[in-house]
Design a protein. Structure first.
Length: 377
């Protein structure tokens, strides 16, 4: 082994520069510190009064701009806004849906129908409360002098699309519960189909988060309910449906109309069976018209050629011609007609239609019997 290494000594924490005969070396007895000269103090000129004024004005301008921006962000929708128009129109639309649902809920003998009607009534009544609350929060009245749907760019002179007529609502309370069920389903499908475009329209016109949330909820829920109600109708109706002909204008004529699906689903066969026709050996014309029997009767009483329907049709227009009825000596007769390019439910649902048998005569003779197609079961 080689010689041992010399011990390693830690230098002292403080050293000073010294000298000896052997040359310069560090000495631990004195601390060397360089002298740092202080920075000379410069006198600042006093802040002039006009400088203070300029600074204050800049601050005030910034605050004012911020307040204006905040006001613009938080300003509620105005009386003529799309949000206010949507809320008002949808409240009216929902109110009729609640009215119809409560009628059927209290009359139906079907547990499924009662559940559906209850859900529609409760959901849409709650949504009415939300929209009424918006209008109160915005400081606006729940109604307006503007026509319905003006906020969408196409104001309505009459009721909004999808609205049932007063006669149809009255029928919900009067016809047998099973027929009221299918009438309600058909009316509510049409009602929902009209509400969806309203929701889509407001989604294109508003940035209010809570308005958008409700519109999206209405659109999604009503699309789902439409599919559910169509399935319920299909289960109730099947491949055929019939409806009773009611006497009109004091005729005493009765009967029924039966509608059958054709093979392949394209087209409908219509069979009319009529009794009590006042004159034998006479041809009785028959048609399917837009609108309801009640609206046609009201139009005749008022002396108007066309009875306006809530869904936008005219009661005296001919939708489909039906083979005329030629009664026998006892006043009984029948006819069979095939209507092409239409499905069974397509004929019975959608815009209201009625089938009638007209008295003999030229021009537009009054009906002696009539039935509403949306009541067929």
């Amino acid at each position: 082994m080689g010689p041992p290494l010399p011990p390693i000594h830690q230098p002292p924490s403080r050293w000073v520069l010294g000298s000896s005969d052997a040359g310069s070396r560090l000495l631990p007895d004195k601390l060397y510190t360089p002298r740092i000269e202080p920075t000379p103090h410069k006198e600042r000129p006093p802040l002039r009064r006009q400088d203070v004024l300029i600074l204050v004005l800049i601050l005030l301008a910034g605050l004012s701009a911020g307040a204006t921006a905040a006001l613009l962000v938080t300003r509620p929708p105005g009386n003529d806004s799309a949000e206010a128009g949507f809320a008002r129109d949808m409240m009216v639309h929902h109110a009729q849906a609640v009215q119809m649902a409560e009628i059927v809920r209290d009359r139906t003998q079907s547990a499924d129908m009662r559940l559906l009607a209850s859900d529609i009534a409760l959901t849409q009544q709650a949504q009415i409360g939300m929209m009424h609350g918006w209008l109160q929060l915005w400081g606006l009245l729940p109604s307006s002098t503007e026509p319905a749907m003006a906020w969408m760019g196409h104001p309505m002179d009459g009721p909004m699309p999808g609205m049932a007529s007063p006669q149809e609502i009255d029928r919900l309370s009067k016809i047998p519960p099973d027929r009221a069920d299918v009438l309600f389903l058909r009316l509510m499908i049409l009602h929902h189909q009209a509400a969806i475009p309203m929701s889509e329209a407001i989604l294109k016109r508003t940035d209010e988060p809570y308005v958008r949330q409700l519109a999206q909820s209405i659109e999604a829920s009503q699309r789902a309910e439409i599919q559910n109600m169509k399935a319920m109708i299909e289960a109730k109706v099947g491949d055929s449906a019939e409806v009773d002909l009611q006497p009109r204008n004091g005729s005493g004529t009765t009967g029924k109309a039966t509608f059958y699906k054709r093979d392949g689903g394209d087209g409908v066969k219509v069979v009319l069976e009529v009794s009590g026709l006042p004159r034998s050996s006479t041809t009785y014309l028959s048609h399917i018209h837009p609108g309801t029997c009640e609206e046609e009767a009201a139009g005749g009483e008022d002396g108007h050629e066309h009875g306006a329907h809530e869904h936008g049709t005219a009661a005296k227009e001919i939708e489909y011609p039906i083979t005329p009825v030629e009664p026998d000596g006892q006043g009984n007769g029948s006819s069979t007609t095939v209507i092409k390019h239409v499905t069974l439910e397509g004929l019975l649902s959608g815009e209201a239609k009625h089938i009638n048998v007209h008295a003999p005569g030229s021009g537009q003779p009054p009906p002696v019997a009539c039935a509403n197609l949306n009541e067929a079961l």
